[in-house]
Design a protein around this ligand. Structure first.
Ligand SMILES: Nc1nc2c(ncn2[C@@H]2O[C@H](COP(=O)(O)OP(=O)(O)OP(=O)(O)O)[C@@H](O)[C@H]2O)c(=O)[nH]1
Length: 474
């Protein structure tokens, strides 16, 4: 996605500034100019860019800074804080509570991904133990109810809608009433869209909101709409009091800057981003980790996900084993075991070293789960010595045939599993001795930079992210 380019542009501007021998007005001006250019290219609203520039100028007063103060750091911190400010309206969104009824209404233009996102949102909460339900109050688009029905059925989520009724307010009220009686604790109301923001649509949203009294109205915005985002978000804000934003299609070529505009226009936070057509392609959006990743300052979410994947009491042990470079089959097994308990594992795996799209192709969670379980069954037929060996690649042919028989799989399956293990062990071996990296050691980082395939490094949030990751894990 083009947001990565935006991050690249800003990081480059900061790196140039860091490399300058002396930080003077010219260096700061050039740095801010480059950052502004990157933001504008990502379709961020021009007014926001110029505000950000003048805010940083105000915070960083080079002349007033005493000698000896780290100016580079102050500039970098100011840029980080301003980007966070752009994405953070300062008031958190309503968060549904399990067991307590919440009504959440979705609004947005036709094709923004509203219906798909409703189901993703429902599924996300279902995984967290909620009892979600879906109401289709979109009577404008023929086929909208069918689409919702199909999505909901796949995810095993109760739904309500009508082929006959043409009054969206009536359907919304009936649906909410039905699921209230059925003890649903999260009733999600999908509403109509139009090709553009029209008075009729805005009025319809107002009426549905008035009748269902939602606890939260979520504005769904297509991430690729660019500068138009500001006006669109503002129009919806007037129809119903929008309390949160979800930006979709950030997996494609979306410039993503529109997200910043939507936050500004609705004064509401982005709570999730859509990253694909599959039901699990939704990610919680958190400002600081996002900006951190954008600037290559360390992928906090990667650390968080690692902590999610690995139970707390095993974290330091696992990290120690990793930094010792002993990625045994048992370790591989433990990691896989934790991962299959986590729901949309593709997202997590894509952030761990070596778990490439081969093992976990996007949108194929089911197949991937099956593959992981297959690998684990195979490992179940191994001896302790084999699982703990630091070189299981040397396993003899007769042992491989025996394991295949024992696990009821073909020899090729065992070979495939060992190949996959080898590849992942290789990626994890880059962690070896990394806990001993003193401070930022450019030489080691350069070596790592050469060792790790660029795509993998990118997934990990860049070289700085890796460095910080290792430091934080240590
Ligand atoms: N790549 C990608 N496609 C998405 C995402 N979210 C939705 N889509 C696709 O966008 C298209 C439109 O999505 P819908 O959910 O039908 O859009 P809608 O806003 O409900 O449209 P109306 O019901 O007509 O208002 C579909 O093909 C979805 O699969 C996403 O995050 N990434």
């Amino acid at each position: 996605m083009v947001l990565a380019q935006l991050g690249g542009g800003i990081s480059r501007a900061l790196a140039q500034m860091r490399d300058a021998t002396v930080i003077d007005e010219k260096v700061l001006t050039d740095c801010l100019h480059e950052i502004a250019r990157a933001l504008l290219q990502a379709d961020v609203h021009i007014k926001m860019v110029s505000d950000m520039r003048s805010n940083i100028r105000r915070i960083v007063n080079l002349e007033a800074l005493a000698a000896g103060i780290n100016k580079r750091r102050i500039i970098q911190q100011a840029v980080f804080a301003e980007l966070c400010k752009m994405l953070d309206p300062g008031k958190p969104s309503f968060v549904p509570t399990k067991g307590k009824l919440s009504v959440v209404m979705f609004v947005g233009l036709q094709g923004s991904g509203k219906t798909t996102t409703c189901t993703k949102y429902a599924r996300y909460h279902q995984r967290k133990g909620f009892k979600p339900s879906l109401v289709c109050a979109d009577t404008f688009r023929a086929g909208a109810f069918d689409q919702l029905k199909q999505n909901a059925t796949k995810a095993n989520i109760p739904y309500y809608g009508s082929y006959m009724e043409s009054d969206p307010v009536k359907i919304a009220v009936e649906g909410v009433e039905r699921f209230r009686k059925e003890n649903s604790d999260l009733i999600i109301v999908d509403t109509s869209g139009r090709h553009k923001q029209e008075a009729a649509l805005i009025e319809e949203m107002r009426q549905v909101a008035e009748a269902t009294k939602p606890d939260l109205v979520i504005f769904v915005m297509d991430g690729s709409i660019g500068q138009a985002a500001f006006d669109q978000a503002q129009a919806f804000k007037q129809s119903a009091s929008v309390g949160a934003v979800i930006v979709t299609k950030l997996d494609g070529h979306a410039k993503g800057g529109g997200a910043l505009s939507a936050v500004a226009a609705t004064k509401s936070p982005v709570i999730f981003i859509g990253t694909g057509e599959h039901i699990d392609d939704i990610e919680v959006f958190e400002v600081k980790p996002f900006v951190s990743r954008l600037l290559g300052m360390g992928d906090l979410s990667l650390v968080k996900k690692f902590h999610d994947v690995v139970p707390v009491d095993q974290q330091s042990e696992l990290m120690q084993k990793l930094t010792e470079g002993t990625f045994t089959l048992r370790l591989f097994y433990e990691l896989l075991q934790n991962l299959i308990n986590m729901g949309p594992i593709g997202q997590v795996l894509s952030m761990l070293p070596g778990f490439s799209s081969e093992l976990m192709p996007k949108g194929h969670d089911k197949e991937s789960q099956a593959k992981i379980k297959r690998y684990m069954t195979i490992m179940d037929s191994m001896t302790n010595a084999e699982l703990d060996s630091t070189n299981p690649k040397l396993m003899s042919e007769s042992r491989i045939s025996r394991i295949a028989r024992g696990s009821g799989r073909a020899v090729k399956d065992v070979m495939d599993m060992l190949e996959e293990y080898k590849r992942i062990a290789k990626a994890f071996s880059k962690f070896k001795n990394m806990d001993k990296v003193p401070k930022r050691n450019n030489k080691i980082l350069d070596t790592m930079n050469n060792l790790i395939p660029p795509q993998l490094l990118n997934q990990m949030g860049g070289i700085n992210a890796l460095h910080n990751f290792i430091k934080q894990m240590g």
